[in-house]
Design a protein around this ligand. Structure first.
Ligand SMILES: [Zn+2]
Length: 418
């Protein structure tokens, strides 16, 4: 009897497997069988009406609001320093990031936890910083000799406020990040807003607006609209070799590219398009971080050219034009010397990049005199600086590290401050 039951079960499994394969004969069988007990009406659900997006205003900070005020806030001209902080995707499950594996040290060095990120946002907000988009800080114009030059724009800010650029590097959600406690990708939540999708340490799927620096900033600005008086968020610095925003939109020239691979790639491209559109609608912008995260201080010109073209083909084609380039590893072209305008810099400028960003110990910027371009350094809240003895000196205007450092999450590598 037991044997017969097992045989019947095996037969049923076989039939249902065949049905999944799309064989017509078996599909007919299935329709008449006992498996299909669902009411046909249940199998074709009414399409949910698309949620109407909340309107989102974006203003130009280089234009004084009419009458010098907007929404009862007085605006004043500002020509001082524009601070610039950059982040990587944030660690949301420290137990996965800091688990003693070979990546732990690197993650401690270059990332912040979601807790630290949230504390930093609160602190810069409390200290009077307001967000501006990097592309609004400088413009290209023509000098008296007819040459294109970059100029620093006067910004019109709410009285008493200080401008802050944010950029997020490597918001690609690389494969190595997935098992290390980061979000897997961005999605549109049921409310139509950007959320992250990922898995918790137990393997459960989690959709949230609190577990990635992108929706976290969206939410923070919703709760504190005066933190972003122009609607700016951050500039997303993306590579392309593992796709963008968690979608595997890349080709791979090291393997034989099959129709199946291309079909999957196209489905990922279709899936990421509405995410990009919603990000852009709500104040996020995009910059290049090169296609392959290449070192521009040492790569050959040929490599830089083919990499740049591939970024345009596979990333620029999705996120749209940009004049911002973020150097991978912070390494500047031409021997890592910003004063040089060597062939690699000239090539990159010729491809449309005007704002070329490295990493440094202050929000330094300089307009190049011999070519239309701006070079700028960014500060980097991360494990290296949060543990540094210089943290008060270099980051004291943004936060007191004692209120930021995530003692509960980070490994015990010690700190160099009291
Ligand atoms: Zn990077």
């Amino acid at each position: 009897m037991k044997k017969l039951a097992a045989l019947l079960l095996a037969l049923a499994l076989l039939l249902s497997l065949a049905a999944c394969g799309g064989n017509n004969g078996s599909a007919d069988l299935e329709e008449n069988g006992t498996q299909n007990t669902q009411d046909p009406q249940d199998t074709v659900p009414e399409p949910e009406p698309e949620p109407e997006p909340e309107p989102y205003d974006i203003y130009d900070p280089t234009v004084m609001p009419e009458g010098g005020s907007r929404d009862g806030v007085t605006y004043v001209a500002y020509d001082g320093i524009v601070e610039h902080l950059f982040f990587h995707p944030v660690i949301v499950y420290p137990e996965l990031a800091f688990d003693g594996d070979s990546q732990e040290k690197g993650l401690d060095d270059y990332m912040v936890t979601a807790t630290e990120f949230s504390r930093i946002l609160e602190s810069v907000y409390q200290r009077g910083y307001v967000l501006v988009d990097i592309a609004d800080v400088w413009s290209e114009t023509t000098d008296e000799n007819g040459n294109a030059v970059m100029v620093r724009n006067t910004l019109y800010l709410p009285e008493g406020k200080k401008p802050l650029i944010l950029s997020y590097d490597d918001t690609n959600y690389y494969e190595y990040m997935l098992e290390n406690g980061f979000a897997y990708k961005l999605i549109l939540g049921e409310d139509g807003k950007i959320a992250s999708w990922g898995k918790d340490p137990q393997g459960n799927e989690v959709v949230s607006r609190d577990l990635d620096a992108i929706p976290m900033l969206d939410k923070f600005v919703e709760e504190h609209p005066d933190f972003s008086p122009f609607g700016a968020k951050a500039c997303l610095s993306v590579t392309g070799y593992q796709g963008i925003l968690g979608y595997r939109t890349q080709t791979d020239k090291t393997v034989e590219w099959t129709d199946e691979m291309e079909a999957f790639r196209q489905s990922e491209i279709q899936a990421v398009k509405p995410i990009i559109a919603e990000l852009k609608r709500t104040g996020w912008t995009f910059g290049s971080h090169t296609f392959g995260h290449i070192r521009l201080d040492s790569c050959s010109m040929e490599k830089v050219q083919s990499d740049t073209q591939r970024w345009f083909d596979e990333v620029g084609s999705l996120v749209g034009p940009t004049n911002v380039l973020f150097y991978p590893h912070g390494s500047r072209p031409d021997g890592d010397d910003w004063k040089q305008t060597g062939p690699v810099f000239q090539y990159l400028q010729g491809q449309g990049f005007r704002i070329l960003c490295s990493v440094g110990i202050e929000s330094f910027s300089a307009i190049k005199k011999d070519i239309s371009a701006v070079i700028c350094d960014r500060l980097h809240p991360d494990g290296t600086t949060l543990r540094s003895k210089y943290v008060d000196q270099r980051y004291g205007q943004f936060y007191d590290v004692r209120e930021i450092f995530d003692w509960d999450a980070r490994p015990d590598y010690g700190v160099n401050w009291q």
